[in-house]
Design a protein around this ligand. Structure first.
Ligand code: WTA
Length: 627
């Protein structure tokens, strides 16, 4: 890329080889004819029955897309490729943290998914039932997700880094009769016993009838007779045949729910569908990461988050891509583990988070320079704003100055990239450039007026798009209230941003009580409720403060119950408690014991005051402060 003082421009070669060579032309077409734009993408996929109507807005904000169409996302992920020249192409190359490897072709993946679909059917899992999946990063996680989708069941994947209480809450909320888990996972050479955590969650709950356990580590686990079954044993039963037709789901039938943290209260289940979601992730991955048949593509996220759902599982499979899945930590056993993987498998496209880039940058250039990274042609970033220093390192040291960086802004709710470059676009470090074609966005002030260039405001989306969430599962009211109420007719992202005079967007961060820690999305409410579940704690507040590596780190303030003495060791005990209840990703950087918390007269904790205080900033308007 050549830097002209304002933009990093892609080379002619990159532009000439890209699917989209002229972004402005595509954008103009998409904004003038959104229906034509999206339906032309949909035409590239298989439908058992085509739609009667592209968009139904009659019950907004409960939008419907591809009305009355019949499809099944797994038909497009599997059958289409199995019936083509891609039959024996690799769908996944998997590498375990311990060095073990597995390659899975489209044909094999098809067989495994059909087999497991039949297993689920034999357990009476039916269309519309929700199945919870709680596993490490192993191929069976993908197989389990696809098997659910194939029979019209709805998967609810819970990230393997969450702990007992988080898992329990999600199982209960979704009333899952079946839970799929692993005996364990490798994490930096240590074994984590996922089955134990699952047992803890399932034992507390009355809804689960069956637990299916994948053997990954071989460690000793408890298996409860009648309830728990081994995956490998089930897959050998005669019932597990390699033939299972994909259920003909309606475009609007639910495909999955995914819990994510919101502004208040418990995590909410974001619901996505078979039709619109499929079109959105297919098109966005194809154009943004410029997928070519010969590519080896590696999204280094975890399948347990939306990035994994859209861009490890569905997007790549819809595009017939070969993807890498790596089980373990980026720096295990050495800081060049990732670069070794890039070299070994000839990875062409690498998509990861700024926190990982900063973490690896810290070890110095030499670890990367030991490896031949010349196969890389595109890089990607997601999850939080990327600081220009990390962007430049990624560009120069990893990409050798020749790989455009796709800084993709999006959310669990949006399903697909919303603000993102394409390889043909000039870049600015730290900006995701412009909205994806067909997506209209704006930045508004409190009153709903567009702000001037370079001014900060609330980021909103002004028109519906196919892969948008359909609702919060079981809570339509909260869906409307949280996303559509502040500015009627517009989707409120919860982020603040500014737009420069070139029309480039710069996302600043969350304006609500969501904290992005190392790119993971957490809510202050989850951390606070874990803290107050500890016997000595009366009240708690959690805030995010800037952190060099993690982007944000969690800081907590607790008020103790009266009579509690000897509190010296309490912060450490509370950290352990949070690790156990919520998970290691939620462990606070610091916990302070205080006598008072700033509150509004109606008793709501004013986190912004705590934050301003911690940062030594002006807390702003304090008129609602109680005291
Ligand atoms: C943040 C992750 C800046 C943002 C896909 C958003 C980003 C939240 C970027 C959603 C980016 C994501 N630049 N901020 N490229 N990507 N975010 O649901 O605050 O886990 O609202 O989805 O991550 O997090 P979620």
């Amino acid at each position: 890329m050549n830097f002209d003082g304002n933009f990093y421009n892609p080379s002619e070669e990159v532009v000439n080889n890209a699917h989209i060579k002229d972004w402005n032309k595509l954008n103009k077409f998409a904004s003038e004819n959104p229906e034509k734009f999206w339906t032309s993408m949909a035409e590239e996929l298989h439908w058992f029955k085509k739609w009667d109507k592209f968009l139904d807005e009659s019950n907004a904000p409960f939008y419907q897309f591809f009305v009355n169409a019949k499809t099944n996302i797994t038909y497009n992920c599997l059958d289409v490729h199995k019936n083509s020249y891609r039959r024996n192409k690799l769908a996944y190359i998997w590498e375990g943290e311990d060095g073990s490897t597995r390659s899975i072709s489209y044909n094999e993946l098809y067989n495994e998914v059909c087999k497991f679909s039949n297993v689920l059917k034999s357990m009476n899992v039916q269309k519309g039932d929700i199945v919870t999946i709680y596993m490490g990063r192993v191929p069976e996680l993908v197989i389990a997700m696809l098997a659910c989708a194939r029979i019209g069941a709805v998967h609810s994947v819970v990230y393997g880094g969450f702990s007992t209480e988080s898992l329990h809450e999600r199982i209960e909320d979704s009333v899952s009769k079946v839970v799929i888990t692993c005996d364990g996972a490798y994490q930096r050479g240590k074994l984590v016993n996922l089955k134990d955590i699952t047992d803890g969650a399932v034992d507390r709950s009355g809804v689960v009838q069956h637990v299916i356990c994948v053997k990954r580590t071989g460690q000793e686990v408890n298996m409860l007779a009648g309830r728990d079954m081994w995956y490998h044993e089930l897959m050998q039963l005669p019932i597990a045949s390699i033939h299972c037709k994909a259920e003909q789901t309606d475009a609007e039938d639910p495909l999955f729910i995914l819990y994510t943290s919101g502004t208040t209260g418990k995590p909410k289940a974001i619901l996505h569908t078979h039709g619109g979601y499929m079109v959105g992730v297919y098109a966005s991955l194809k154009y943004v990461f410029d997928i070519k048949d010969e590519d080896r593509y590696w999204c280094a996220a975890d399948p347990g988050w939306i990035t994994g759902h859209s861009y490890i599982v569905y997007g790549p499979l819809l595009n017939g891509t070969t993807s890498i899945i790596y089980e373990g930590a980026p720096n295990f056993p050495f800081p060049d583990r990732w670069w070794e993987i890039v070299e070994k498998y000839g990875v062409n496209i690498l998509y990861t988070a700024p926190t990982a880039i900063r973490g690896l940058m810290r070890f110095g250039d030499a670890w990367a320079k030991r490896h031949d990274l010349s196969s890389l042609r595109l890089l990607g970033s997601v999850g939080e704003p990327i600081n220009p220093e990390a962007w430049r390192w990624y560009n120069e040291v990893i990409g050798d100055g020749k790989c455009p960086i796709m800084d993709t802004w999006w959310q669990t709710e949006t399903g697909m990239f919303m603000i993102t470059p394409m390889p043909c676009m000039p870049l600015k470090p730290g900006s995701g450039t412009k909205p994806f074609p067909g997506i209209e966005m704006d930045i508004l002030d409190e009153e709903g007026n567009s702000v001037a260039d370079n001014e900060e405001g609330f980021l909103v989306i002004k028109n519906p798009w196919p892969s948008m969430m359909r609702t919060i599962y079981g809570n339509d009211e909260r869906y409307v209230e949280q996303y559509w109420q502040k500015y009627p007719g517009m989707y409120m992202t919860g982020d603040s941003a500014r737009r420069d005079s070139d029309g480039y967007y710069w996302v600043i961060g969350r304006v609500d009580d969501v904290i992005k820690v190392s790119g993971y999305r957490l809510g202050t409410a989850e951390i606070e409720s874990a803290l107050v579940s500890y016997p000595d704690v009366a009240e708690a507040a959690a805030i995010g403060l800037p952190h060099e590596l993690k982007g944000n780190a969690i800081h907590c303030f607790v008020i103790l119950k009266s009579g509690v003495t000897n509190a010296d060791e309490l912060p450490d005990k509370l950290k352990l408690h949070i690790r156990h209840e919520v998970g290691p990703i939620a462990v606070p950087e610091k916990i302070e014991i205080v006598d008072k918390l700033p509150k509004t007269r109606s008793g709501k904790i004013m986190r912004r005051v705590l934050k301003a205080q911690a940062l030594g900033q002006d807390p702003g308007n304090l008129s609602t402060l109680e005291d």
